[in-house]
Design a protein around this ligand. Structure first.
Ligand code: DX5
Ligand code: ZN
Length: 213
């Protein structure tokens, strides 16, 4: 069964509660929250203040994707805001192993993201401490970018490296009706979909189309 995690970055924040209800009613069990700090990536989005209110709108599993420098300094705020999984970038982390352990010991799933040009083998020393591995299929920073096809190999490598460990592998960026089949064919578990979902006039139907593509 495919798992699609809608990225609220492409939802309409004028009525975010309504868009959340639409995707939840359509069958979404996870939501993807893109936090950008204007430093690690040029754009600035939202932080724990907004996530706290999103938490009150939904019972979905909230995966918070931190595209921020020095992520560990903010972990406590994102835990308190109600995140179920916290994903930080290996490229931004001072001590990924310790940071993964800190998240787990504080009751959230520990996630790590890899940029398209980061070697997948960097995950090997961390593999027994990761709950969620996010393969970026675009360079982080904004929604609506084109899928980078060379990351398909990295997805297959991630599935191999995981072996039978209880790790969820997600793919983030440029996943839409044209690319979703190839992405799931690699054996990964979750696709993040932003513009490919929320740009539709009928979000609920699009969610089903993505599931059944
Ligand atoms: C990119 C973000 C993604 C983004 C995905 O920096 O991490 O989660 O919202 O958007 P789409 O699906 O439009 O590529
Ligand atoms: Zn993301």
């Amino acid at each position: 069964m495919r798992v699609i995690s809608p990225s609220l970055l492409s939802a309409d924040f004028k009525h975010i509660q309504k868009d959340i209800e639409i995707v939840e009613t359509a069958g979404a069990t996870r939501l993807h929250l893109d936090v950008m700090d204007g430093h690690f990536v040029p754009n600035l989005t939202f932080g724990p203040f907004i996530i706290h209110f999103i938490r009150q709108c939904t019972s979905c599993h909230l995966e918070t994707h931190l595209m921020i420098d020095n992520p560990a300094a903010s972990f406590d705020q994102y835990i308190k805001a109600g995140s179920d999984t916290i994903i930080f970038h290996i490229e931004a982390s001072g001590n990924p192993l310790e940071e993964l352990k800190y998240l787990k010991s504080n009751g959230v799933s520990a996630g790590i993201a890899l940029n398209p040009d980061t070697d997948i083998n960097k995950i090997v020393p961390l593999i027994d401490d990761v709950d969620y591995l996010l393969i970026m299929s675009v360079f982080p920073g904004k929604g609506g970018q084109s899928f980078i096809r060379s990351t398909l190999d990295k997805m297959r490598s991630a599935v191999t490296i995981r072996e039978n460990r209880n790790i969820t592998i997600g793919v983030d960026g440029g996943v839409n009706l044209s690319t979703i089949n190839e992405v799931f064919a690699t054996g990964i578990d979750v696709t993040i979909v932003g513009s490919g979902l929320f740009n539709s006039d009928d979000i609920s139907t699009r969610f089903q189309e993505l599931l059944n593509a």
